[in-house]
Write a protein that binds this ligand. Structure first.
Ligand code: BTN
Length: 333
């Protein structure tokens, strides 16, 4: 407890010295307890300068996804992130929020993990979630809307994550329809949205938007089957980003998205999606059960359905989940 409170105080002083006496008076703990907390923080990887006459100052922080680190970067939000549950390791942040939702946790609760031991992807696939390499983040929303209004929410969440990555890493990924984020032609981030509906009325109980971003993987970190398909921010930009700063930006952007959804102001997200989606204008392969078909993607409708022109000239709109859309050669090309 004192460790986290001492850290918050050092963070609030932005690299300036705070005297041991001042810390002990402000937190109501002994000087020995201050020293113990500083030693524990150093063991956790914090670089804390200690000088006899001046006290302590925080020089550098490790790349941790703790509540203290994320909150230090987080601007006030309306709903998303007002409750934040951070884990060193968890089975899946989506599964955690499902359990928490059944216990009545508040609208906007966010779960973030440094590692997932049972990360889940779309179509029942696993989502590899090694420790210290990515951000595994889920948000629980309870909007008072018809479930059908949430059809495009995963795509809009993809726009929100593009915004967050652009703010923190200064590169804007593109979106491969329906909602994979792509950088340098490879997958950077996947999103899995799960809805819970009341059996009898069909009313929406909650939605969980789960986002996995590859941040710090290098070539050897991906298994052979993903090495041609997946990438990370580090691999693409050559620069390390603070996972806490990126997680905070994601929470802020998801909060802005949630407010837009509640206020029925989705046009900016729709416009951004159309601008970010690299599938539009491409020849792609549809994979429908066992049938491959080559079509031209020409646009997305207001629910983010993919509008395609088939070989026989017929126009059709494809809904996510119905088919898999592939590039003709690699992951996107
Ligand atoms: C996909 O690309 O198939 C979707 C991947 C979604 C992964 C995220 S990581 C956070 C959240 N928890 C999970 O178990 N899955 C999502």
């Amino acid at each position: 407890m004192s460790k986290e409170t001492v850290l918050k105080l050092l963070q609030a002083n932005n690299g300036r010295f705070v005297s041991g006496e001042g810390i002990s008076a402000e937190l109501g703990i002994t000087r020995a307890a201050v020293w113990k907390a500083v030693s524990a923080l150093r063991r956790d990887g914090y670089d804390i300068d200690a000088r006899k006459s001046q006290g302590y100052r925080l020089m550098d922080a490790p790349d941790r996804l703790t509540e203290t680190e994320i909150r230090a970067c987080l601007s006030p939000t309306k709903l998303v992130g007002r409750k934040l549950c951070c884990f060193e390791s968890v089975d899946s942040t989506n599964s955690y929020l499902k359990r928490a939702a059944s216990e009545g946790v508040v609208d906007g609760t966010v779960a973030v993990a440094n590692e997932q031991t049972g990360g889940r992807g779309r179509r029942g696939r696993d989502f590899l979630s090694p420790p210290g390499k990515g951000i595994y983040l889920s948000a629980l929303l309870r909007p008072p809307v018809e479930p059908t209004r949430l059809l495009p929410v995963t795509g809009f969440a993809a726009v929100a994550v593009c915004n967050a990555i652009e703010r923190v890493a200064l590169v804007r990924p593109r979106i491969k329809w329906a909602n994979d984020l792509v950088l340098g032609g490879r997958k950077l981030c996947g999103i899995l949205t799960e809805l819970s509906m009341e059996g009898e009325s069909g009313a929406l109980q909650y939605a969980i938007i789960g986002i996995g971003v590859n941040v710090a993987q290098t070539e050897g970190d991906f298994p052979p089957e993903l090495s041609d398909v997946a990438t990370s921010l580090l691999e693409q930009t050559g620069k390390s980003v603070s996972r806490a700063a990126l997680a905070a930006a994601m929470i802020e952007e998801l909060d802005a998205l949630y407010m837009a959804l509640l206020r029925h102001k989705m046009q900016p997200y729709l416009d951004a999606y159309r601008g970010d989606c690299l599938t539009i204008g491409q020849e792609v392969q549809l994979l429908w059960e066992d049938v491959h078909e080559r079509v031209r993607a020409v646009g997305v409708d207001d629910d983010l359905g993919l509008q395609v022109v088939r070989q026989n000239g017929a126009e059709e709109t494809i809904r996510t989940g119905e088919v898999s859309v592939r590039g003709l050669y690699g992951y996107v090309e």
